[in-house]
Design a protein around this ligand. Structure first.
Ligand code: BG6
Ligand code: MG
Length: 215
């Protein structure tokens, strides 16, 4: 078998918290008078909170902001975002994701999370997946966010697997780039699949089961 482990991005792959990121950034961008649409939002997928704010502020034309003011804006976005997260329940684990995770576990794959988000532990708790994964590498244990491969290399090392034996699953172009930079194969869903960024570009996460069974 070519792959022994699967490393899942979290936001936009395991659950649809990418919509909450969009809602929170949109509120902040509107307040700052910065044009913000879904296509611009796709550029924020996979990148850290700080880098996302930097990209938004590239379009900002108001009075100069101090570092402290920028930190406060990032904090404000996170507060808005976490308000959504606290409303999540295990019903927010999409059925196709649950079926995929169960089928891959049953087939003997090691399963991990590789996410830039510092909110990963909260999200996993809300959707009932605390303790489910063999490894969780997230924004709390890395210094460089995607497209740097650090988070995926960390997840692979936690599982004791080499990158060539792991498949990364991503919805972000930056995440697909991170996977490739680390020597991983990448399966993409959503925005990254529409861009053809993966080695496998799939319509639904459940398609992974067929792909991995055939290899
Ligand atoms: C990634 C998201 O998973 O996490 C990005 O795709 C987000 O949009 C990044 O900026 C950091 O998330 P958080 O929860 O630490 O602000
Ligand atoms: Mg994502």
């Amino acid at each position: 078998m070519r792959y022994k482990a699967v490393i899942f991005d979290l936001d936009g792959v395991v659950c649809y918290t990418d919509e909450y990121h969009y809602g929170a950034w949109k509120t902040l961008a509107d307040k700052l008078g910065v044009p913000f649409d879904r296509s611009f939002n796709d550029r924020l997928r996979g990148v850290s909170r700080k880098e996302s704010l930097r990209l938004i502020l590239e379009r900002y034309t108001g009075p100069a902001l101090t570092d402290a003011e920028q930190d406060a804006l990032a904090e404000e976005k996170n507060t808005l975002y976490r308000r959504f997260l606290h409303q999540m329940t295990p019903a927010d684990l999409p059925p196709e994701v649950k079926r995929t995770l169960d089928a891959l576990r049953q087939a003997g794959f090691k399963l991990a999370i590789g996410s830039s988000s510092k909110n990963t532990p909260l999200i996993l708790a809300r959707i009932g997946l605390t303790g489910f994964f063999d490894a969780v590498a997230d924004g709390n244990c890395i210094t460089r966010s995607k497209p740097d491969p650090e988070v995926f290399l960390t997840a692979a090392a936690m599982m004791g697997e080499e990158p060539q034996h792991c498949l990364v699953v991503e919805d972000a172009v930056s995440g697909a780039q991170a996977g490739h930079a680390g020597g991983f194969s990448v399966a993409c869903v959503g925005a990254a699949a529409r861009d053809g960024a993966g080695d496998y570009n799939i319509l639904s996460i459940i398609d992974l089961v067929g792909i991995l069974e055939q290899l």
